[in-house]
Design a binder for this molecule. Structure first.
Ligand code: FPP
Ligand code: MG
Length: 322
């Protein structure tokens, strides 16, 4: 990651100032909440993808920076909403906006960021980008709703899970990469390759997220470990364990999923069941397949430092700890 941030250091510095510049509103309360989450040290993975993809495609201008900022805004809007939906207390090592200000301001400031993003894109008049971004936003909402419908359902299978994460996470990664291709005015073939690269990368990102929710610890992750199970989210490590578990184990997990309040002991016991059936190892294997697929889609591009960086970023999806 360090080599990547060095390579695009100037673009990243401009990204941060553009983020500040674009959050224009006369309501200081909005800025306070936006800054709370946006300055709390996110990884900026999606903007980095826009920047690298644009540069990979030979883009020489600076218009990619506002688009990178807008993608971070959309991502931030979804986090504000998601933390309300998930009743999350900690993100990026700080209290979530819903904990500090309550659910209503979080949802409404999320709405503001989302609307502001589309206002900015409408005025920049790139119809292709607007289409890609609006399609991705619909997918985000659909993914989150699909996930909601599957809450506490121990019958959730791998295909349903992959559909959820494809929509809620991979769609925005995919759009970020495609936007880079659109700005670089590459062929349709290369544009589609970037779209697929981003999609596979996003799948790997979310799979790792779901592994970390079982194996990391709060301080390293900057989020509460065990939130998925507590909120009744059935993710791949658990799906795999449920598929191979005994009836007794399945019954126990179903009871924990439907419990009003999960205890640390419940979490430990479910973790033990996941460990017994290799749920994390299996999920890592699936993650690796998505990483390999992602890298394969870059074949159509000539070697360059940007291609190299995107390959490294793909590997980082497997190795990341936060
Ligand atoms: C995080 O998942 C959530 C998402 C990637 C998508 C959230 C999408 C919405 C709330 C949809 C609609 C909102 C707008 C503005 C279009 P997670 O809970 O697994 O990750 P986490 O552990 O980081 O919370
Ligand atoms: Mg969440």
């Amino acid at each position: 990651m360090e080599t990547i941030t060095k390579l695009i250091a100037d673009d990243l510095a401009e990204l941060e100032s553009t983020i500040q510049k674009l959050i224009t509103t006369r309501i200081t309360f909005i800025k306070e909440i936006v800054n709370h989450i946006i300055r709390s040290g996110g990884k900026r993975v999606r903007p980095i993808l826009v920047i690298l993809a644009a540069r990979l495609c030979g883009y020489k201008d600076q218009e990619h920076i506002p688009y990178a900022a807008i993608i971070e805004f959309i991502h931030t809007a979804t986090l504000l909403h998601d933390d309300v939906v998930d009743n999350a207390k900690i993100r990026r090592g700080s209290s979530t906006a819903n904990t500090v200000w309550g659910n209503e301001p979080s949802v409404l400031v999320g709405d503001f960021l989302f609307s502001k993003s589309f206002e900015l894109m409408a005025f920049s008049e790139n119809e292709e980008i607007l289409k890609v971004m609006s399609r991705a936003s619909t997918c985000l909402a659909e993914g989150e709703i699909l996930e909601l419908l599957k809450t506490c359902d121990p019958e959730t299978d791998e295909a349903e899970y992959l559909e959820i994460i494809g929509n809620k996470t991979a769609s925005l990664f995919s759009a970020a990469c495609e936007v880079g291709g659109i700005l670089g005015e590459v062929s349709q073939k290369k544009r589609l390759a970037l779209r697929d690269f981003g999609y596979n990368l996003g799948m790997a990102f979310q799979l790792t997220d779901d592994i970390l929710d079982y194996v990391s610890d709060d301080a390293v992750l900057g989020k509460r470990v065990g939130t998925d199970l507590k909120e009744g989210k059935v993710t791949l490590p658990l799906i795999h364990a449920l598929k191979h578990g005994t009836d007794k184990e399945k019954g126990y997990v179903a009871a924990v999923l439907n419990k009003a309040k999960m205890t640390p002991r419940d979490f430990e016991r479910v973790r033990k069941i996941i460990r017994k059936h290799g749920g994390v190892e299996y999920t890592s294997k699936v993650t690796k397949q998505f990483v390999d697929n992602a890298k394969d889609f870059l074949k159509v591009f000539k070697p360059s430092v940007y291609k190299e960086s995107l390959m490294t970023l793909a590997d980082y999806m497997l190795a990341r700890e936060t």
